[in-house]
Design a protein around this ligand. Structure first.
Ligand code: G3I
Length: 320
């Protein structure tokens, strides 16, 4: 039978991977599938490397969850995408509600990024340095970082990360870059501005949280090509395709087609390095908690059995 990381590599990609989270690692049936490196060549920690987990109080660092993910990846020969360093969400209150000046917030970002990236120096393929900086209309998200530092916080985070680990690829990661329109236009502009300023920026992550039937392969490919034309790489970083429940057999066939479309878009773009699903099984998908009434977004079902979407991914890699 076809295994997906093997298929991705045979097709010239660097990896097929999955997000995971620490509580799931006690599930031995789940873990057995995740460990198989013919299936998954890459891991992304779904929560354990975020600011609230890593630095819950100022200058108090806890790498326990992140280290567990890294140990699993190292034991099974998988590469890791670090996720993430600077994001408006899952921020501890001390950052979110701090009474910052530009100088004090600069120091907070430098300490956080330098300490976390240094801890994992040499172990990471890539870091999502800045996560979700844009609004859907293409304006900058007015979070605590932007409000105090304007867009200079992005350059600051990239430079600090690069100094701490010059070998890691530094990404900006965002959602709704998969469609043509103001958000991808703004991302292209942001990357151009960063490059012109000499900032270390190496990739853009296309999260790819899709709604069933709402995938445009041509738009996704076009948008990836706009980024790779600037000399950066791209990746599908958080793929899932959510369904209004209860899912019908026809829905699952559409989902299969949607997964194929996304993988084919990555295949069509030489600078698209790999595809990561935002956890591989419906048992642990984030969707129902965030979108009540929707779910079954992953390529394996809640019983850890492959769905039609699994074959859809294999087909996208020309492997079935
Ligand atoms: O850790 C607490 C736990 O102590 C508490 O008992 C429990 C009760 O609800 O909540 C736990 O925190 C949850 C956390 O995941 C860890 O499980 C939060 O409520 C929950 O909101 C959080 O959701 C995560 C979400 O990011 C937060 O925005 C998802 O697991 C995670 O998959 C999701 O991932 C994001 C990417 O980082 C960025 N792109 C979008 C993607 C989906 O939202």
């Amino acid at each position: 039978t076809v295994t997906l990381n093997t298929a991705a590599k045979a097709a010239g990609k660097l990896y097929f991977g999955s997000a995971t989270d620490n509580p799931e690692l006690t599930d031995s049936a789940y873990l057995a599938i995740l460990r198989d490196t013919a299936m998954f060549g890459q891991l992304t920690p779904g929560n354990s490397m975020k600011w609230d987990a890593i630095e819950p109080e100022q200058n108090v660092f806890d790498f326990t969850g992140g280290d567990q993910t890294v140990a699993l990846a190292e034991a099974t020969g998988k590469i890791i995408r670090g996720h993430n360093l600077v994001w408006h969400s899952q921020l501890p209150d001390w950052v979110m509600y701090g009474d910052w000046t530009p100088n004090t917030l600069t120091s907070v970002i430098e300490t956080h990024v330098r300490t976390e990236v240094s801890h994992y120096r040499g172990k990471m393929y890539a870091w999502d340095v800045v996560n979700e900086p844009l609004n859907d209309d293409g304006t900058m998200r007015a979070d605590v970082f932007y409000n105090i530092l304007n867009s200079s916080y992005i350059t600051l985070a990239l430079q600090t990360a690069h100094a701490a680990d010059p070998y890691a690829k530094l990404y900006i990661n965002d959602y709704n870059l998969e469609y043509t329109g103001p958000k991808i236009n703004a991302m292209v502009q942001l990357v151009e501005d960063l490059l012109a300023a000499g900032a270390p920026i190496h990739g853009v992550g296309f999260e790819s949280h899709f709604i069933l039937g709402d995938v445009s392969g041509t738009q996704l490919q076009t948008n990836m090509e706009r980024i790779t034309a600037l000399g950066l790489e791209v990746a599908v970083t958080e793929l899932d395709v959510r369904i209004q429940l209860p899912a019908t057999d026809a829905n699952l066939e559409q989902q299969k087609a949607d997964y194929t479309t996304v993988v084919q878009a990555c295949m069509a773009v030489p600078g698209c390095v790999g595809v990561t699903v935002w956890d591989y099984t419906d048992k642990y998908t984030w969707i129902p908690a965030a979108f009540p009434g929707q779910g079954e977004a992953c390529p394996w079902d809640a019983n850890l059995l492959p769905k039609p979407a699994y074959d859809g991914i294999a087909m996208g890699f020309n492997a079935s």
